[in-house]
Write a new protein. Structure first.
Length: 145
């Protein structure tokens, strides 16, 4: 089975490196799917989930999920590099904290006093919504198995 090398890094450090059979990422213009031998691509990332499909040690297909707050995606025929502003493994996400962040951001938007505060609140709201969406997607995927 053909694979593509995946490297996910952020300012905090390396999050994941390994081989994959398919990678999905939240590009600025929509989700992209990247298979081995994909044409070169360079695009921005929006907050959301990166999904890495790979073969487990047992030979089964498994999916790994990562949250990125934005960044850059570089694709070459044999490698995918995600340079994230910040990133974490989806299993480390806290749904209650994401819901609280969403509520805080919505309150900030209601109180909007300056353009900078509105932009900050919108960015925080987008990040919280992306985390919540990713967590729901993971739960749905687990239930369908």
């Amino acid at each position: 089975m053909k694979t593509i090398h995946v490297h996910i890094v952020s300012a905090e450090g390396e999050i994941f490196t390994g081989e994959a059979t398919m990678v999905f990422a939240p590009a600025q213009m929509g989700e992209v799917g990247i298979a081995p031998q994909h044409a070169p691509l360079l695009t921005g990332l929006k907050p959301g989930g990166v999904r890495v499909q790979r073969q487990s040690e047992k030979g089964d297909q498994e999916e790994l999920y990562f949250y990125v707050s934005g960044g850059v995606l570089e694709v070459q025929p044999k490698s995918v590099t995600v340079l994230a502003d910040s990133a974490m493994r989806a299993k480390d996400l806290d749904e209650a904290a994401a819901e609280e962040a969403r509520k805080r951001a919505e309150e900030m938007l209601k109180e909007r006093t300056s353009a900078v505060e509105v932009a900050t609140a919108q960015a925080e709201l987008a990040a919280a919504a992306a985390q919540i969406h990713l967590l729901k997607k993971i739960k749905k995927s687990a239930q369908s198995r």
